[in-house]
Design a protein. Structure first.
Length: 365
């Protein structure tokens, strides 16, 4: 039976938060006016909303950006779906999303540019007494979240974990209640490894899970897993690391059981990348690749003159994205359990940013 945690009116609240009050320190920095740090223009207050998956990385990046550039970023972690809605409604400077926009979504908006910011892993975090190393295959994960495997001592789990004493206890799957890029990445993976999942559930930011308990955001899912015996759920790896929650080793296409590391995530991105950077790297066939890896993106409008935004605000938006793509910032990714972008992703992104305009004139030279 599916159990739903009561949802808050988060979308309306976050619309206020994203456009609302910024801390006194930030306001003080923004009030300093023009600065040599940003080419002499007025310091700007930028707003973004979306994915919680990269939030620990973004918290570090935005703080450093304010220090080196003078511009302040207020970001609301409301889920990828909410971030895209806010961008579509033209109330933010950028959306954060772990799922690239579909052709249908892009047809409903003005032209956008996707800029990958880092790579990360979605892990299967679990809470089972006495089990320190759990091995899972893609098909078994799909069967757990479809309600076809309901006990931890099911023979299919036992076969993957010889010598591990799995309890005769009911499994409690935990999933996202909000529109989520993390859900998109997880279900994108499941559609590739399980015909049953592809036919019954498919992939998306929201999926009608058959069983389990819903929670909002990566922090919410991680919190439920930590507090619930015999639970298992999918979260961005940093949330499992931060809360010291055990997470499974996942079998990849090569038959290797792999943990998420900077190296195994980077291995998943070793293939070709399209010019617009919109691509999935789940279930990679590369040796040593972690199978539920993903890029995460900031998404902006190609034409930056909208909703009364001035040219300096558009310039600050591009300054932020260039800063995120810099070697200095990419080196920070591993410090907070993400992986840096491959050179190809950075090169394509810089080329795409050169197409961004204000009143039809390119902002970058």
């Amino acid at each position: 039976m599916k159990k739903e945690i009561k949802k808050s009116s988060a979308y309306l609240v976050m619309r206020v938060m994203v456009m609302g009050v910024i801390s006194a320190v930030m306001m003080a920095m923004a009030s300093c006016g023009s600065s040599e740090k940003n080419g002499g223009r007025e310091a700007q207050e930028l707003s973004g909303a979306g994915a919680t998956f990269p939030l620990p990385f973004y918290n570090v990046v935005f703080e450093k950006f304010a220090e080196v550039n003078g511009d302040v970023v207020a970001y609301g972690g409301i889920g990828s779906g909410g971030g895209v809605r806010n961008l579509r409604d033209k109330i933010v400077d950028f959306a954060g999303s772990d799922a690239f926009l579909s052709e249908k979504e892009m047809s409903e908006m003005a032209e956008v540019v996707h800029v990958p910011t880092c790579m990360g892993a979605v892990v299967l975090a679990y809470n089972i007494d006495g089990v320190e190393d759990l091995k899972l295959s893609g098909e078994v994960i799909a069967q757990i979240f479809a309600g076809e495997i309901t006990m931890w001592n099911d023979e299919r789990l036992v076969a993957l974990n010889p010598g591990v004493e799995l309890p005769a206890e009911m499994i409690m799957p935990v999933f996202r209640s909000d529109g989520s890029g993390t859900t998109f990445v997880f279900t994108d993976y499941l559609t590739k490894v399980s015909k049953m999942w592809a036919e019954k559930y498919g992939r998306g930011k929201s999926v009608d899970f058959a069983v389990g308990q819903a929670a909002k955001g990566n922090p919410g899912v991680a919190g439920v897993i930590k507090q619930t015996k015999n639970a298992i759920g999918y979260v961005g790896s940093e949330y499992a690391f931060a809360q010291k929650i055990a997470y499974a080793t996942i079998e990849n296409q090569k038959g290797e059981f792999v943990k998420p590391t900077a190296e195994s995530i980077s291995a998943a991105a070793s293939g070709e990348m399209p010019a617009d950077t919109r691509c999935s790297i789940t279930n990679s066939d590369a040796k040593g690749a972690y199978p539920i890896a993903t890029f995460t993106w900031m998404i902006i409008y190609k034409e930056q003159n909208y909703s009364g935004r001035g040219k300096e605000q558009a310039e600050a938006t591009l300054d932020l994205l260039k800063y995120v793509l810099s070697d200095e910032v990419q080196a920070l990714a591993t410090e907070v359990h993400y992986a840096p972008l491959p050179e190809k992703a950075k090169e394509l992104s810089m080329m795409n940013l050169k197409s961004v305009t204000y009143d039809g004139v390119a902002i970058m030279e």
